[in-house]
Design a protein around this ligand. Structure first.
Ligand code: GCU
Length: 657
């Protein structure tokens, strides 16, 4: 392969637009991006960018009646001309890519004008990129696609062409904010806020033409480590003054700077607890520095005791975010967004929704997802995540007829919008994401953040259509990818119990890997049963953090959904699931089935040899081999572990070691 894979924007994706007469009306940097796209497309496909005379496609940026959302656009047809209108360049860019995705249908389909607007005003990707490579974590924390596309040799890269191509990809799917550095802020990266700021200016210039604002992750201790103050106490006037002055300097350099991302009092990062202050005190001092400039602080709720004693059965990591933050509802400034991991633990393949999301009606909340596949196969395994994300965004904490998580994040609940944030999965790998099929997760995140009602199959279909022109691979790729999240779940930790991964790198099985660790991630398997009792009646009381009806649904083994049973309950191996199987037989069956499914995926993929580029074919083929090896390892370790613990044989007499 020469150079970098075009992902979902190969030249062929622009054929329908590029073979037509196109007019672009409007000014500004993002309109210039649209004009540039059209220019390239018509040059490639024989159309023309026209100023006057008849046009097949008109892209118009300008005032439009009552429209107020700069990100919205209207598409319709006037005679034989398809017209896209927006009041801002960014809306026009989104409208342009809508037409690109539609292909010929944009010129032949329904003529009635339709308005499109994002369901989430904030659609953000956080990059856990470090400037300096860490000997253990590498350069990108939990990155599985090589080094950073932003940083090299101790600074922002001299050549930002890769970052530019990335910004273009993100703009095409509607991502509108990026966090530029790891939430664990190390020494060099902290300086992006001060002496390395000119470098951040360069990155902001890369993202601006695509309608994307940049954020920095900052260290709560920065007033001390960068400012030389004796304290970082958020209530100390000198500290507030330092943040205000430093922030003003950032805005002088980057007027459209988005704001900060903060991981405080979490896994060793500094925070307000050191001064006896709470997280509202901590977040608000930053919010007040950002407010005069329209900036936002994304304050993470991932706060828990990572030095827990495994013998202590009363401490429950799942409770921690709610315990810390729910009492603070109403005390955050309006430009604070509390960024809550979607699940209460940590991006496992199956978790309930974090109860924090329903507990803070007077706080702007963002839901945080993980596109990088830390716990879902590390971009060695095919695991298409939109089905999981959609389920989470569609979850209704107060039951049917009440707002969904997507409504709360999108500002249709009680508080204004916070948005949807995810940890990116890209690196300097030629395929961007290591596994070529993991590009679908990045694409899928953007599309779902734009409209959470899109089905995972429809989103995947768009991605396939753009990435693999021609329809030869469509059906096979659906076969490989549609159910891949469920497949991954089947061969890994069962019934919502989570973890069972190798400590540290989190790849591959180690059933007891975290069982006697300080991290709060236990499964409590013994000879009689498995699972975590999080009930109010006899357990940690976590179920009580949910509103009705879920507090009761989860409380009872009778009503708790099978897939979350071991998240909420410790049950005997003979407990019968709603599926009619015992827990132990479910474990055996799903682990055998998961491996068979991976074999089938590999077989289906093998049929595509002549239908996809050879580099893609070879990379995916090799990774499927690794996925199968790893799935078999999971199957055999998990099945063997539970057979030895329980002494219950497999009803089908299959080989367990
Ligand atoms: C996980 C991950 C860490 C990361 C943390 C976070 O625990 O393993 O690498 O720093 O999440 O979200 O802050």
């Amino acid at each position: 392969m020469i150079g970098v894979h075009p992902a979902w924007l190969p030249a062929s994706a622009f054929r329908s637009v590029g073979s037509r007469r196109v007019r672009v009306i409007g000014d500004g940097p993002v309109v210039a991006t649209v004009r540039g796209e059209v220019d390239t497309a018509v040059a490639e496909h024989g159309g023309a960018l026209v100023d006057d005379g008849p046009a097949d496609l008109e892209l118009v940026c300008g005032p439009d009646g009552g429209e107020t959302d700069p990100e919205a656009f209207v598409v319709g047809r006037a005679g034989s001309t398809t017209v896209v209108r927006a009041i801002d360049g960014v809306g026009l860019l989104y409208g342009f890519h809508h037409v690109v995705r539609q292909g010929e249908a944009a010129f032949t389909g329904e003529a009635r004008a339709r308005r499109h607007a994002p369901r989430q005003p904030v659609r953000m990707l956080d990059h856990w990129d470090n400037i300096d490579a860490n000997p253990v974590m590498g350069q990108v924390e939990r990155g599985y696609a090589g080094g950073s596309i932003f940083y090299a040799d101790g600074a922002v890269r001299a050549d930002l062409s890769r970052a530019r191509a990335y910004a273009r990809l993100l703009g095409s799917i509607g991502v509108n904010r990026v966090g530029l550095n790891n939430v664990n802020v190390h020494r060099t990266e902290a300086r992006l806020l001060t002496d390395l700021l000119p470098d951040v200016v360069r990155l902001a210039e890369v993202f601006r033409p695509h309608g994307i604002r940049v954020h920095l992750s900052v260290s709560f201790a920065a007033p001390m480590t960068l400012g030389g103050l004796p304290t970082a106490d958020p209530l100390d006037p000198a500290v507030a003054e330092w943040w205000a002055r430093t922030t003003a300097e950032v805005y002088a350099a980057i007027p459209d700077f988005g704001g900060y991302v903060v991981k405080a009092d979490s896994e060793g990062q500094p925070g307000p607890f050191a001064y006896g202050r709470d997280h509202a005190d901590g977040a608000n001092v930053l919010a007040r520095a950002l407010a005069p400039f329209g900036g936002t602080v994304f304050w993470r709720a991932f706060v828990y005791n990572h030095r827990q004693d495994w013998r202590d059965r009363s401490t429950d990591r799942a409770r921690a975010a709610h315990d810390h933050f729910a009492p603070l509802d109403g005390s955050f400034d309006p430009n604070v967004v509390l960024q809550v991991k979607a699940g209460p633990m940590d991006f496992q393949v199956r978790e309930p929704l974090s109860p924090v999301i329903a507990a803070m009606p007077r706080t702007r909340l963002a839901v945080e997802l993980q596109v990088t596949q830390e716990y879902t196969g590390q971009q060695k395994h095919v695991c298409y995540l939109n089905p999981m994300w959609r389920e989470m965004l569609a979850f209704r904490p107060w039951g049917e007829g009440e707002p969904a998580v997507a409504d709360i994040a999108g500002g249709r609940g009680a508080a204004p919008a916070g948005g949807v944030v995810a940890v990116s999965n890209v690196g300097d790998d030629p395929f961007w994401t290591g596994h070529p099929l993991a590009q679908a997760n990045l694409f899928g995140f953007g599309r779902l953040a734009w409209d959470d009602r899109l089905t995972p199959e429809a989103v995947l279909d768009e991605w396939i259509g753009l990435t693999f022109p021609g329809s030869a691979v469509r059906e096979a790729l659906h076969e490989v990818m549609d159910g891949s999240w469920s497949t991954y779940e089947r061969y890994t930790a069962p019934l919502g119990v989570g973890f069972m991964v190798n400590p540290g790198n989190h790849y591959g099985p180690s059933v007891d890997g975290y069982e006697y660790s300080p991290w709060g991630t236990y499964h409590f398997a013994d000879r009689d049963g498995v699972g975590v009792d999080r009930t109010r009646a006899t357990g940690t009381g976590f179920t009580g953090q949910f509103p009705a009806p879920w507090r009761d649904v989860y409380e009872s083994v009778e009503t708790c959904p099978d897939e979350l049973l071991l998240f909420f309950h410790h049950v005997p191996y003979g407990h019968v699931l709603h599926s009619g199987k015992t827990v132990i037989q479910h474990i055996y069956d799903t682990h055998f089935a998961g491996c068979e499914e991976v074999s089938r995926m590999a077989g289906t993929w093998a049929r595509l040899k002549d239908d996809v580029p050879v580099e893609v074919f070879e990379r995916v083929t090799a990774l499927l081999e690794e996925q199968l090896r790893c799935a078999i390892e999971w199957r055999d370790q998990v099945n063997t572990y539970f057979w030895r613990k329980s002494g219950v044989p497999d009803a089908h007499g299959r080989r367990i070691y």
